[in-house]
Write a protein that binds this ligand. Sequence first.
Ligand code: PEP
Ligand code: MN
Length: 375
Amino acid sequence: MEVNLKIAPLHHWSAMGKKPFVIAGPCSVESEAQVMDTAIALSKLNVSVLRGGIWKPRSRPGSFEGIGESGLKMLKRAGVAAGLPVATEVANRMHVEQAIEAGIDMVWIGARTTVNPFLVQQIADALAGTSLPVLVKNPVNPDLSLWIGALERVNKAGVTQIAAIHRGFSSFENSKYRNAPNWEIPIELKRRIPEIPILCDPSHICGNTSSLLNVSQTAMDLSFDGLMIESHTDPAHALSDAEQQVTPDQLRELLNDIVYRTTIVEDVLMLNILEELRDQIDKIDTDLLSVLSRRMNLARLIGEYKKDNNITILQPERWAEIVRTRTDLGQAKELTPEFVHRIFEFIHQESIHHQTQVMNTKSNLAIVPNEKSSS
Ligand code: PEP
Ligand code: MN
């Protein structure tokens, strides 16, 4: 389904549009002093907006769930003192109303809310007619449609100052990330909605501080527009997400260590070199498609043969052999086993699909291929 959004470019939302657009601040507003000290320290860095959670959607009950409405005033006062606009998370209509009442400058919809179209609609309705910029985090699960759906609901309410935040996706498996980045999802979001500004939230992707730089660098290299990073003056004693917050000094270092590369190539020599390399890639991609098409034609021939001889489509030993030989071959060519395995899973699925189609058609030709069977 086509996506049609009316989006104001990030640089139209005032000076906040400078690149990278950095939102920083504590996971949670805990006290007047905590948020004030953090805000003042952050105002000395390249930070455009102060963040602070007021209502915290914790996965399990019993942990700190935010200080609630009283925190809005603390956040706003800290922002005013530091000269920074302030942002907080909203998860229902009441949050939006109280945030507007307290003069909050920007809101975001959290990952546990984006999954729920009823709540997103409620928030969108409460935002109608206001001029608050809205940031929409990806849903906790890797579902691009839900993410786009939430952006559409907010946009349909008349909010044009809108951006997406990529904060990673939860999974049952243990991984080095708290929330796996699955970079292909934000990349696909950008392909479908090229005008959407995207920020990356490395704090919730990493769940610790050691890989923040790596993830931030990847986001910048993928042309993300900015970062949302959790920062606390005393991370060890933070009431939520203590392991992933950095001090303002650490944040300064992190922002300095990122290499900011350009997306616009102006140098003619560089352009020529890039163009030459891209030409080669274009040719290889064309060849890849021809090879894949030939492979699928063979799969259809095999389908005909199996149909005539009453042989099942899937032969597990053949599939196991394909995975083993192709990953070995790939490794000799410096392709990782995961990559080769995933590619062949796709190819194999498509082959099965072609063969199933052949099996299910009534008439067929009697074909005896010269090549040994492959699936
Ligand atoms: C947060 O930003 O503190 C937060 C709760 O984020 P998420 O919705 O990404 O879990
Ligand atoms: Mn947090």
